[in-house]
Design a protein. Structure first.
Ligand SMILES: Cc1cc2nc3c(=O)[nH]c(=O)nc-3n(C[C@H](O)[C@H](O)[C@H](O)COP(=O)(O)OP(=O)(O)OC[C@H]3O[C@@H](n4cnc5c(N)ncnc54)[C@H](O)[C@@H]3O)c2cc1C
Length: 365
């Protein structure tokens, strides 16, 4: 008998899971998305960076799926004809503490099996990115890249809707799950029977967990990342400060907080961001941080800081920060509860990790 598998959530994670199920012919897939567009939330509101996995704790799911997902994502984007650049990223240190942190980050990357990162001289960075202030130390990650996430989502949709046994349905909001009867209800498309549900609802995955009768005390709090554009012609790179988690006396749980960085998107815009502020609600995408704060944050990176007229508010995305019984959970939380597979706290590097997460999830079906 063919299994009926309902995936709740049409972001990059749900889309990759749908593709992996269809590739392995594990059943009929119903991808249910509440918004009128796929990827409307976090999947289209991020830095679009294909991370190498330098900063995640060795042995964590984030480290494992980021390293594996890096390779799989490049293959997938190539296969889908999605624009991307693999020009690497520069990590720059300006204080003695940051110099120590750069070495710690490289040790961490080696332990986490993230390849292609090495120390480079400040002169080498300046040769490629002359607008920078001369750092005290620097590193280069050659497997880091950047993609066009909107085209990725659209291409995944096109690939899926042409498959037998795959049904991509939106807008279609799941509002009730009866786990005992194996039925779910949607706001605008009625009921459906299922054999397995995959909860890939991103910011809303704690709501789905509770809807399915889950007993653990999960809560997802949205942490906003705002971006500004910077009108800047002579810049084409990814520049990151040293991850804060490696600084002496750092909070080691802050593994996804890389600080404000500068990057040139595949489309050509230069972005500053993301900030890290608590959002009022899960789809609060307003930009409230004033431009002066962004200018201040990048001023230690560059010789000439942007003027107020050079920066413009761009967009914001919300990190789905997971808490269990009030305690922050720092890793992805992926588990099966009866016939429902839940994915909670899929924050960065979820865009990179999505194909590897999908392989893991299908191994649980
Ligand atoms: C500021 C920021 C920067 C980031 N930068 C990077 C980066 O550079 N590189 C990287 O690898 N990762 C990055 N990430 C992380 C990455 O964007 C996410 O991990 C990834 O997009 C998560 O995808 P998802 O499919 O789990 O979630 P989402 O894209 O949020 O998809 C979940 C979907 O579920 C739908 N849904 C919810 N409830 C229901 C319901 N009841 N019924 C039907 N559908 C429902 C939602 O509408 C949504 O479309 C960043 C994240 C943020 C916030």
């Amino acid at each position: 008998m063919t299994k009926t598998i309902a995936i709740i959530g049409g972001g990059v994670v749900g889309l990759n899971i749908a593709l992996a199920i269809s590739d392995r012919k594990l059943g009929d897939v119903f991808l249910l998305e509440k918004e009128p567009y796929l990827g409307h939330h976090t999947s289209s509101r991020n830095s679009e960076v294909i991370h190498a996995g330098l900063a995640y704790p060795p042995g964590s799911l984030k480290a494992r799926f980021c390293v594996e997902g890096n390779r799989l994502t490049y293959d997938l984007l190539t296969n889908l004809n999605v624009p991307f650049k693999n020009d690497g990223k520069w990590i720059v240190a300006y204080t003695e503490d940051e110099v120590v942190a750069i070495d710690r980050m490289i040790e961490n990357a080696t332990a986490a099996k993230a390849s292609g990162v090495s120390r480079v001289t400040p002169e080498e960075v300046l040769q490629v990115v002359p607008i920078l202030r001369k750092p005290k130390a620097a590193a280069f990650s050659k497997t880091t890249g950047i993609m066009d996430a909107s085209t990725y989502i659209e291409s995944m949709k096109m690939r899926l809707i042409n498959r037998d046994g795959v049904f991509v349905i939106f807008p279609c909001e799941v509002n009730e799950i009866d786990a005992a009867k194996h039925t779910l209800n949607t706001t605008n498309r009625g009921d459906m029977d299922y054999d397995i549900i995959i909860n890939a609802a991103g910011l809303f995955s704690d709501d789905i967990y509770r809807m399915a009768g889950g007993k653990r005390d999960f809560q997802i709090k949205p942490y906003k990342g705002e971006y500004y554009t910077w009108r800047l012609d002579n810049f084409d790179a990814l520049i990151y400060p040293v991850p804060k988690s490696f600084l002496p006396k750092a909070d080691a749980t802050q593994t996804s907080n890389f600080g404000i960085h500068m990057h040139k998107a595949v489309g050509g815009e230069v972005y500053l961001g993301p900030s890290q502020v608590a959002a009022e609600f899960k789809d609060d995408y307003t930009i409230n941080t004033p431009p002066e704060e962004f200018i201040e944050s990048v001023s230690y990176l560059v010789k000439e800081k942007p003027s107020i007229d050079d920066v413009m508010p761009a967009f914001a995305g919300n990190r789905p920060k997971l808490f269990e019984s009030g305690e922050a959970v720092s890793d992805f939380e992926i588990f099966r509860d009866g016939d429902i597979i839940h994915l909670l706290g899929i924050e960065s590097p979820g865009l990179t990790a999505a194909p590897a997460i999908a392989n893991y999830v299908v191994s649980m079906i």
